[in-house]
Design a protein around this ligand. Structure first.
Ligand code: HEM
Length: 185
């Protein structure tokens, strides 16, 4: 897992819960990296699980709630660092449909060792979108937070439902429904 995922996570922890909480979870968790991350480095996914588990014990939020909050924070960071990706897509559906075949493809060019999920996209009509998340890392809660950040960014009236297709969280379906007349334009 890329270091940027860890550095952004710790930044969110500091912003939301304060430096002392961030310091505590890093110093009290056994981490092969000793909690020292650089954005371009690569670290085990297990370290993220350990950090989120430690944070959940420290603050009154569940692991899924924390991963969602982190996804939402991360989308805001992506808007700051890579605004062209958001500007290129005319709406949330175009953005979401382009993650697999465009955005994450560009990510892989930058970081050949990135561990990315797979998204299968279906668009039955202009109001609906279906995203099937697939990853051994079971980070659909993080995806959900990113998706929420994305919908808020495009200011569209979109509702979605989530179904865990595999009980272990490796395959999760997000089904979106858009109401006409919403959006930034
Ligand atoms: C709503 C938009 C997005 C969604 C739903 C999404 C989803 C995800 C998820 C769920 C992961 C965790 C890995 C896994 O589940 O296997 C991930 C990793 C990642 N994504 Fe995305 N992503 C989005 C947009 C972006 C954008 C805009 C960028 C950058 C320009 C990006 C860059 C990355 C990077 C660098 C990783 C980490 C790879 C690693 O740890 O090795 N994503 N993405």
């Amino acid at each position: 897992m890329k270091g940027v995922i860890f550095t952004e996570f710790l930044e969110m922890v500091e912003n939301k819960f304060g430096f002392l909480v961030a310091d505590k979870i890093v110093s009290e968790t056994t981490l092969p990296s000793n909690g020292v991350y650089t954005a371009v480095g690569t670290y085990s996914h297990g370290e993220m699980v350990s950090l989120v588990t430690a944070l959940s014990k420290e603050v009154d939020m569940s692991i899924p709630q924390l991963l969602k909050a982190y996804g939402d924070h991360m989308f805001g960071q992506f808007v700051k660092y890579y605004p062209h990706f958001m500007e290129e897509a005319k709406d949330a559906y175009e953005f979401l449909a382009g993650i697999e075949n465009y955005i994450h493809v560009e990510v892989r060019k930058l970081y050949p060792d990135a561990e990315l999920p797979h998204f299968k996209i279906e668009q039955p009509d202009e109001h609906q979108l279906i995203m099937l998340y697939h990853s051994e890392r079971k980070m659909a809660d993080f995806a959900e937070g990113l998706i929420e950040g994305c919908i808020r960014y495009y200011e569209e009236d979109i509702k979605f439902e989530r179904v865990n297709v595999e009980a272990d969280g490796t395959i999760v379906q997000f089904s979106f429904m858009r109401h006409a007349g919403s959006g930034r334009a």
